[in-house]
Design a protein around this ligand. Sequence first.
Ligand code: PEP
Ligand code: MN
Length: 410
Amino acid sequence: MIILLKPEIDQPGEILRSIISMAQRYDGVWAKPYSYSGRDCGITEVHLIGSTRTVPTQPFAALPGVLRVLRVSAKYRLIGRHGGAEPLGFEYNGVSFGRETLNVFAGLCAVDTREHVARTMAALAENGVVTTRMGAYKPRTSPYDFQGLGAECLPYVFELAGKHGIRVIAIEATHARQIDELRSALENAGNPTGVMLQVGTRNAQNFELLKAIGQQRDFPVLFKRGMGITLEESLNACEYVASEGNPRIVFCFRGVRTHLGDPHRNLLDFGLVPVVLRQTRLAVCIDPSHSVGRMDLAPDGLPDIFHAVGQGLIAGASMVLVDFHPEPKVALCDGPQALTLDQLPRLVRYAATARAAYESLVAAHDGAGTDTRLQKESHMEQADAAGRSRLPFGGARSSVSTTGSRAAAP
Ligand code: PEP
Ligand code: MN
């Protein structure tokens, strides 16, 4: 059972004590408070755990300061939507993450040289993008393939991020000790940027890693769906992270392993975006690069990767993770799927236009959706030919500024 407190309560101490003491009246039931920093205000809720089936909701609902009481299934206790819990947005290092923002994480699949990092980050800054991906620890199929530069590259990656105003970098951790390496490298660099910890598809059920990532609160988490497991299994993996104490998770689709998607690398599973939005409180990211896996252009001149971006965003995803490289031919990892830096402005424009189309479609639809904020903030305006838009997601707190060519200071 989840007891949601009214958002306007600043000092929830007294109401928390009342809830905890009321919960103590029931044998085998205990109360665990959770606080999240929402986009506009803090969210506090109390979870009643144990044998709650016979516990009545009414006495808790009647306490002053309680907004609502929800009965929840054991499944997805923390990340689940339960037909009424608010989606969990969060702010990290000046960037908002949630269902109403648009965040484009464009960058290197794997860091190879300082020069490539510098060129990529300069291009991002030029295009108003303040979020990137920079793989340092690479899980590779063959032990003889490039495994990433590891901690060695972190000092210059963070220094250059500070120089170019990059606020958040997605970096995969393949082992719990890398979390400490990332934290100390950031501290040594003077915390010029932030890190979003990526859980790779191959580690989607590495429960010890998931627990370690959940136990730290410094970094938010980008969880990539396991390529060969069910959606339910992947969502349970996110629940592991949340249950250890870190609910700042974005769920990422990256295609699933089957040859039925050939000639693409994986089969696009972006049709499931609305399912995650309905079943959970998480925002959804899509990774078109690892799904498509190649740079081919469709006859309309757009790369298949762009079309995949459109399919994810039109389904309600609000974040994109996409591979770029200044010289794909010399990339040490996933060169064939990397977009080139001259394609960056087009990708940013494409993503802004697709998101604007989604918002317009939601606003035009007469069904009564449950995400009222999205409906309220949406309006019919389309991005203009230059991709500029005054839509709410283009604000300074999103990682893509669609209102100007330069990164807005968050
Ligand atoms: C990646 O994003 O670099 C990556 C390895 O992706 P995935 O875990 O989805 O294969
Ligand atoms: Mn890759």
